[in-house]
Design a protein around this ligand. Structure first.
Ligand code: FMN
Length: 217
């Protein structure tokens, strides 16, 4: 595939992205742009491909207000055009593996018998692998990859984001009806366009030098 951008332009885009504090309340994301961003979530990679997540797109204004109350009153929750709550499976079971294998069969036409061995490898890993003691933590790591992909995809389309961990995940679960469900809130992402007066947009990025964070062996 032809590169869609140049190294210089890529860095320009990554430097343009910042955790937006003030969103333009009136600017809407065009439908095709939003649809592509939803697909960036759907297409995110995950370990074994299990996709142990659900992304809740919250449009309801009253629910947004309630989530803002559960987010240290951060204005991004209500002012951004879109708001996505990232949740992960509290645990992963054999049924989830079975569901994934069925999906693989449906999409790729692989005979179910051919996938049985792979399914056993996954179930063994879930039960005895290094992640077995904390499957929620493992699932959460997958969901954060989706967050990263989503934010980068948004930046490439000129859309601003603010990842949000300054939230009461338990309060979110209550507001979103997730208590007693298989999913639990991890974090959220506000999505829209920066307000003209957000002073953080022009603030220099605070990053350690590359030779401090990248080691060569
Ligand atoms: C997982 C995660 C959670 C974050 N939570 C918040 C938040 O609740 N509110 C906020 O204003 N910024 C939040 N941030 C933004 C960070 O403070 C910001 O990414 C960091 O300071 C680097 O700045 P930059 O993204 O503008 O380059 C969060 C970032 C990440 C990755």
């Amino acid at each position: 595939m032809e590169p869609v951008t140049t190294p210089e332009r890529l860095l320009q885009i990554l430097r343009w992205r910042y955790a937006t504090k003030r969103f333009d309340k009136d600017r809407r994301i065009p439908a095709p742009v939003w649809e592509a961003l939803e697909q960036a979530l759907v297409l995110a990679p995950s370990s074994f491909g299990l996709q142990p997540w659900k992304f809740l797109v919250v449009d309801d204004p009253a629910l947004r207000q309630e989530l803002r109350r559960q987010s240290w009153n951060q204005s991004q929750v209500t002012d951004a055009d879109r708001y996505v709550v990232f949740t992960a499976l509290r645990t992963t079971t054999e049924h989830d593996v079975e569901r994934f294998l069925q999906r693989t069969t449906a999409v790729r036409g692989t005979p179910p018998g051919q996938l049985a061995g792979y399914g056993k490898v996954i179930v063994d890993f879930l039960q005895k692998g290094w992640a077995a003691k904390d499957l929620f933590g493992w699932n959460a790591r997958q969901a954060y990859l989706a967050l990263g992909q989503f934010m980068t995809a948004a930046a490439l389309l000129g859309v601003d984001t603010c990842p949000m961990e300054g939230i009461d995940a338990n309060g979110y679960d209550r507001a979103l009806g997730l208590h007693g469900s298989r999913y639990a809130t991890l974090c959220a992402c506000a999505v829209g366009y920066r307000a003209g007066d957000d002073k953080y947009a022009a603030a220099p990025k605070v990053r350690y030098p590359a030779d401090e964070v990248i080691e060569r062996r």
